[in-house]
Design a protein around this ligand. Structure first.
Ligand code: DGL
Length: 276
């Protein structure tokens, strides 16, 4: 009897191309590295152009396509858009340009929040661009129609985190100001609708109170990436073969190196992204 054909391609060898406007997507990269440790990863931080959330749709689409091209040229077999803002306005353009490359986007976790919320009163913290996008409105229509969704744009917050500032009094005051309307609306669940925000989740939790549940999308995104590679996220074994992780930035390499050493728990090679 012939033995079953060996798979043509080992999915753990697929290079994962990951990008964000800057450093926030490192929260997604962490979950990806934990879930898919063997896969090599190339992360691009577009820090020279961050924050995206207060730019125009056309600008973010142009940046997304330029970075997509760089990742595809570098051999990425799958792209993770580790940015809610770029997903909201540009994921369709990315899929259209490279129909053969699977793309995983990041969206505010409205559906899990509705499931988790006892009262159906849910706050969403995100960039102004994410919250005014049609994609976000469709998400609310599809999954949040029976709930009260309180939208809280947080202009300036991603920029503050981008500077590596996770603890200053200004940052905490800014977070408290954004949480105030959510407290007044008595939400019991808050969706972190920007990949920068998990890095300051302890301040958001402190401002909202311990009874409020915060929901982040990094883990579901990593599991979805595994599924798109044809792997069952629950069956992936710990491996001795750790894939390389390369980080590139359009901004300051020294700053990325410092932030990566503080925010990530695994070694990475850090360098400059090509001019694009
Ligand atoms: N980290 C991003 C997001 O998830 C973008 C923040 C920004 O650049 O404004 O939306």
């Amino acid at each position: 009897m012939p033995s079953p054909a060996a798979p043509l391609h080992d999915p753990t060898e697929t290079l994962l191309g990951v990008f964000d406007s800057g450093l926030g997507g490192l929260s997604v990269l962490s979950a990806l590295h934990d879930t898919l440790p063997a896969n090599p990863k190339l992360y691009v931080a577009d820090s020279a152009h961050a924050p995206y959330g207060e730019r125009s749709d056309a600008f973010v689409t142009e940046r997304t396509l330029k970075i997509g091209e760089h990742l595809v040229d570098a051999g990425a077999g799958l792209i993770v858009v580790a940015c809610n803002t770029a997903t909201a306005v540009a994921v369709a353009a990315l899929r259209e340009r490279w129909p053969g490359v699977p793309v995983v986007g990041v969206e505010p976790a409205i559906k899990p929040a509705v499931k988790a919320s006892p009262t159906g009163r849910i706050g969403v913290m995100a960039t102004p661009m994410t919250l005014r996008s049609q994609k976000f409105e469709r998400l609310v229509e599809a999954h949040g129609a029976q709930a009260t969704i309180v939208r809280q744009p947080c202009p300036g917050l991603a920029g503050q985190i981008e500077r590596g500032d996770l603890d200053s009094p200004e940052l905490r005051a800014m977070i408290d100001g954004f949480c105030e309307p959510l407290r007044a609306a008595r939400v019991d669940t808050v969706v972190l609708g920007c990949t920068h925000y998990p890095f300051v989740s302890r301040h958001i939790q402190a401002a909202m109170g311990p009874q409020v549940r915060l929901i982040d999308t990094a883990w579901p995104v990593a599991r979805q990436t595994a599924r798109l590679l044809g792997m069952d996220p629950d069956l992936i074994q710990a491996t001795e073969r750790l894939g390389s992780v390369r980080l590139q930035t359009t901004g300051d390499v020294a700053h990325l190196r410092e932030v990566a050493s503080l925010w990530l728990s695994f070694p990475c090679e850090v360098g400059a992204a090509p001019v694009m």
